[in-house]
Design a protein around this ligand. Structure first.
Ligand code: FAD
Ligand code: NAP
Length: 331
């Protein structure tokens, strides 16, 4: 009888050996909070689990300063939480490999996953690729990226000690990271297109109480200006009056929302018009055996707690799915 759990299948055609395949029960794409939780659940349920990650474990946690809304840790730094999650995810034998996944194809009951020059086979796949920062798409943004324009306060904040910092956006990221940046900058100016912030009230209150933070309301960035080697200012338009003003700036942090990392899966037709992957409450996509969790999913609240919740749910459903497939194949 075939041993599907150890899962080394040798495919033969006539006498000639065609290929050797290691078949995983589940391949998890991405090792942010969603992917790591799914891996914890599937490996603890004894499923042969592989995590493929194009960066390092932790996902967006590595770009997050302090996390105050993850239960069990009154306050913890994003990287420390990532490290804890990684250790937890790996303790039951999950495998971890570098891999930038570019596509998933279907082959009978198998999912065929391409990452660079490597091909992986699995009965189930969990997509946990998260999201990336939307660009403003104004002149100067690309030219001065890495030369004063940044999308990551934790990575680049320390370069702007005693400097004039601008933050663009009015959501949780802009307001929380703007507050974080006050430990470095002489001043932090938050530029928002409306006269009300979208951020959680607790973050708003903290920013309003911070003497280093001021706001440019009803304002949109027209251009990032510079001297050819680095940024020197921000040209801003008041959307009510049409008045355009230029402000001196040494650094700009852009937090104007997120877009899904779902390009590798577009041929599967599992996304909505904006590219967010559509699932039901069990994290199942419309393709049996393909699940999605965390920020890449079409959902209303993109946070660590919800990514972790998705990961647990998907892990449980993957177990049921893989058992069914193996029973079918064993008949
Ligand atoms: P991610 O954490 O984005 O992880 C996705 C992983 O997939 C990454 O490691 C990426 O490298 C990998 N990947 C992507 N594409 C591929 C591919 N093709 N092949 C292989 N690997 C791939 N939430 C909170 O609850 N509290 C906070 O305080 C908080 N602060 C935040 C601060 C900022 C600045 C931002 C942007 C977000 C913050 N969030 C916070 C939101 C939180 O970080 C996310 O909701 C959470 O990280 C989502 O987890 P995820 O696993 O879905 O995706
Ligand atoms: P977001 O909630 O989508 O907010 C994006 C902000 O940018 C909004 O204020 C929006 O303005 C503005 N914006 C969008 N497009 C713009 C444009 N073209 N020009 C100017 N402004 C523009 O994104 P986010 O703040 O990155 O948060 C993403 C997710 O991560 C959320 O689910 C959030 O809860 C989570 N997060 C959580 C925490 C935390 O819990 N502490 C911290 C950070 C992030 P409008 O308001 O006018 O739409």
């Amino acid at each position: 009888a075939l041993d599907y759990v150890s899962a080394l299948l040798v495919y033969t055609k006539g006498e000639s050996l065609m290929e050797e395949r290691t078949i995983y029960d589940v391949v998890i794409i991405g090792s942010g909070p969603g992917g790591m939780t799914a891996a914890l659940y599937t490996s603890r349920a004894n499923l042969k689990t592989l995590i493929l990650e194009k960066g390092v474990p932790g996902g967006e946690l590595l770009n997050t300063s302090d996390v105050e809304n993850y239960p069990g840790f009154p306050t913890i730094s994003g990287p420390e939480l990532a490290d804890n999650m990684y250790k937890g995810a790996m303790q039951f034998g999950a495998e971890y490999a570098y891999g930038h996944v570019s596509k998933i194809e279907l082959e009978g009951d198998l999912k065929v996953i391409t990452a660079g020059k490597k091909t992986y086979y699995a009965y189930a796949v969990v997509i946990a690729t998260g999201s990336y920062h939307r660009k403003l798409e104004v002149p100067g943004e690309e030219e001065y990226a890495g030369r004063g324009v940044s999308y990551c306060a934790v990575c680049d904040g320390a370069f702007f000690k005693d400097k004039k910092i601008f933050v663009i956006g009015g959501g949780d990221s802009a307001v929380e990271e703007g507050t974080y940046l006050t430990q470095f900058g002489k001043s932090v100016t938050i530029v928002h297109r409306r006269d009300q912030l979208r951020a959680q009230k607790v973050l708003q209150d903290r920013a309003f109480a911070n003497e280093k933070i001021d706001f440019l309301w009803n304002s949109v960035v027209e251009e990032f200006v510079g001297d050819g080697s680095k940024i020197t200012g921000v040209r801003v338009k008041d959307v009510n009056t049409g008045e355009v003003t230029t402000h001196d700036a040494d650094g700009v942090f852009i937090y104007v929302g997120l877009l899904p990392v779902s390009d590798p899966f577009k041929d599967l037709n599992i996304t909505d018009a904006e590219g967010w992957i559509v699932t039901n409450e069990q994290m199942e996509t419309s393709i049996p055996g393909i699940f999605a969790v965390g920020d890449v999913r079409q959902k209303t609240l993109r946070q660590i707690t919800t990514a972790v919740g998705d990961g647990g749910q998907a892990g449980h459903m993957v177990y049921n799915y893989v058992e069914e497939v193996k029973e079918k194949l064993a008949k």
